[in-house]
Write a protein that binds this ligand. Sequence first.
Ligand code: NDP
Length: 454
Amino acid sequence: MSSPANNEIRQEIERFMAKVIKRNPGESEFHQAVREVAHSVIPFTFDHPVYRKEKILERLTEPDRIIIFRVSWEDDEGNVRADRAWRVQFNNSIGPYKGGLRFHPTVNQSILKFLGFEQVFKNSLTTLPMGGGKGGANFDPKGKSDREVMRFCQSMMTELYRHIGARTDVPAGDIGVGAREIGYLFGQYKRLRNEFDGILTGKGLAFGGSLIRTEATGYGTVYFMENMLKHRGDGLKGKKCTVSGSGNVAIYTIEKLLDLGATAITASDSGGTIHDPNGIDREKLAWIKELKEVRRGRISEYAEHFGCEYLPGKRPWVVPCDLAFPSATQNELDGEDARTLVDNGCIGVAEGANMPSDADAVSVFQEAKIMYGPGKAANAGGVAVSGLEQSQNSSRIAWTRDEVDGKLNKIMDDIHEQCVIYGGADDGYVDYVNGSNIGGFVKVANAMVGYGIV
Ligand code: NDP
């Protein structure tokens, strides 16, 4: 990057980022997500000046609106609690806002804005008509009884219901929001509105949910990795994989790896990592599901039960592997972790989580030219099947498991193809960061140009 043209592009990126940082003080996760996109999209807009003239990226980094509200509820001891909730409606240029709700004590506006911003690009990549949004609360469901979680969800929906709708905004689950929470939220919405409508996805099968939605993010991430490998003339069979997390995404990543002949040798939670060199087989995976979904226990119990190594306070990236699947949370893999992975022979990373690799880690992967599938491409299977759930709800039909899985597989192929179109280089290397950022940008940008200045 030293020609006059490249210097101009670099200066433009720095000017643009300076404005974003000034307008959104203290929102480091949001800055990080925007910077990554700016590095891909600003050079592209130099070749497509209409997007610069119409200030598309400036408009795209400003959410349509953010709703912030108090959620008051009562715990089992009769104490009054007050938490804060948000819904970030980021951009609805190509469809109703769509994106999950996160319940975690670390939730803040910066995190929800980074997630909502990434969601705009991700949803565009799926080829389905969905805009981007995200929401959540700083409520911690860990250690709460089912009744406490229910009272929180009911109180939250008592405000949220005014702002969502099948044609407006359709939330789903994310960290801390699974089948139980979606059930309580939907039950309260139905009571308030007296309408049975597809206003949430990830619903139970008895009330409008789609087969494969629970599995979709993990399955889709593995399908994406399979595509990256195939593009290099390789395959999943026999590969040893490290997986972080032990929640929804991690569990179904491990399951699909088993289906396709690979083995996961780690899982983790916020307490530490288990390392099982023999591999997490189906029986052990069923045990993890029960541990996490029913008993809501800690992953350290796996090491005690199956007699394997537990690494307290550690992440899985110290364990040598062929492929890595970060599936827990943002910034869980830094530059040093990335160097360790590469030095230990890792040839590919597919992100089940959103922005799990920090900027240094991404640079390490790109310099080493290993396959690196960023979350907005690799984990788009979850929201894609949410889109399919919406289609089934509005046409009042239910597709079979094979039908939904087939559609998910095809969508992940199409996302990979778009990444190759926008991120492929002459030497055969695919820059999936550029590919997904530009691929996701074009459709939304063209819609915004079409609408004029709104
Ligand atoms: P879950 O709540 O089911 O599981 C989250 C897992 O990550 C748990 O094992 C949790 O451990 C761990 N974790 C969460 N926060 C931290 C932290 N700060 N440090 C270490 N570990 C942590 O969430 P999901 O599996 O649904 O989501 C995981 C990731 O995937 C998130 O980044 C989410 O945004 C992303 N994603 C999810 C989709 C979905 O369909 N669910 C769709 C697309 C992306 P512990 O229990 O100890 O907190």
